[in-house]
Design a protein around this ligand. Structure first.
Ligand code: NAD
Length: 335
């Protein structure tokens, strides 16, 4: 069977990771990636064997910078069955017109609104609903991390309400333009934050409210969760449930911070030191007076990567069963 042809529009933090993960799979391949500038990422893409495309008006500049583009972004899309749009949030609407014109399926990222795609994806929560869709949005890193714990808890015990505080990284490690470098910033000050409602774009019936602060770190986000369930359960019940989830990793063994989790990612030999799973301190999992508490850390640059692979598989109907797609993706990536 021929492989599904995937184009990556926007080859930054998320795009380059999705490209590498797709290229590893048996049932899909990269037909091209797009770059707007002839920078080190464009050269690395060529070194890796990806065909590099560019906006039509930038092809000459790319060539001057030493990158021979294979064509325009429109040309790249023509060659694809599905495009994964990893451009900065806000470009989605403009790009959607281009994808519709080319008759190509598209996946956006969490920087776009739910309404753009009309469907928000998380592999464990709603894979089967994405089968054959033309457009979908893989939800943000934080929403992905929340769905991975909320969905199984809701299935098992029924969720009455979720209250979560997100401590968000200020910038990605390669981002020299954002801060703060020495402050904690309530963001937004007007509560609640948008993160809770975004979970409802995937699991609509969940009662969830969130608050968020930005902290001076580039490494990971950290969530402090408080959840009330309908059915009674113990700490051990929750530990057992989370232990059975393939995209949840328990951390302990002297790991007391996000810094040590990122070190673990490097020690495991993960590409770029990535940590694709939710990292939960199992010792933090506590059920007291009928309420569940725990901490989880989310690697913002990488937790959505396996979700993008599964979204491609669902939309292209390469696999009808979500659990089997997750297994395939995990196996190839080493999750
Ligand atoms: P990024 O800035 O690292 O990468 C975006 C890339 O798109 C850059 O290489 C940029 O040059 C390129 N680009 C800009 N305009 C373009 C255009 N018109 N056509 C083609 N390419 C263009 O951004 P990112 O962090 O990878 O974010 C991409 C999307 O993923 C956003 O929706 C974001 O919200 C979402 N997301 C980001 C993170 C994260 O923590 N970085 C996590 C989850 C989801």
């Amino acid at each position: 069977m021929s492989k599904v042809k995937v184009a990556i529009n926007g080859f930054g933090t998320i795009g380059k990771r999705v490209a590498d993960a797709v290229q590893m799979q048996k049932d899909m391949e990269i037909v091209g990636i797009s770059k707007t500038k002839p920078n080190f990422e464009a050269f690395t893409a060529l070194d890796k064997g990806y065909s590099v495309y560019a906006p039509a008006d930038k092809i000459k500049d790319m060539e001057k910078g030493g990158i021979k583009a294979s064509g325009s972004i429109e040309d790249m899309i023509q060659a694809a069955d599905i495009v994964v749009d990893c451009t900065p949030g806000g470009l989605g609407e403009e790009n959607k017109a281009m994808y519709e014109k080319a008759g190509v399926k598209a996946i956006w990222q969490g920087g776009e609104e739910h309404e753009l795609a009309g469907f928000s994806f998380n592999a464990v929560a709603n894979y089967e609903e994405a089968l054959g869709l033309d457009f979908a949005r893989v939800v943000s890193c934080n929403t992905t991390g929340l769905c991975r714990v909320i969905y199984p808890l809701d299935q098992e015990f029924g969720i009455k309400k979720v209250r979560v505080t997100l401590m968000r990284r200020a910038a990605d490690p390669n981002d020299v333009k954002k801060g703060p470098i020495n402050a904690i910033v309530p963001s937004p000050i007007k509560l609640p934050s948008h993160h809770g409602p975004d979970v409802k774009s995937v699991i609509p019936h969940i009662n969830i409210t969130s608050t968020a602060v930005i902290v001076s770190t580039t490494l990971m986000h950290l969530h402090s969760l408080n959840i009330e369930m309908n059915k009674q359960c113990t700490t051990d019940d929750v530990v057992d449930l989370f232990a059975a989830q393939s995209r949840i990793r328990f951390v302990g063994q002297g790991i007391t911070s996000t810094a040590e989790i990122m070190e673990l990612g490097k020690d495991l030999g993960r590409p770029r030191g990535d940590m694709w799973e939710n990292c939960i301190w199992d010792k933090s999992i506590t059920v007291t007076e009928g309420e569940l508490y725990f901490f989880q850390a989310i690697h913002q640059e990488s937790d959505v990567i396996p979700e993008n692979v599964d979204a491609i598989r669902a939309m292209m109907e390469l696999e009808s069963n979500g659990a089997r797609s997750i297994e395939k993706t995990n196996k190839v990536m080493g999750i």
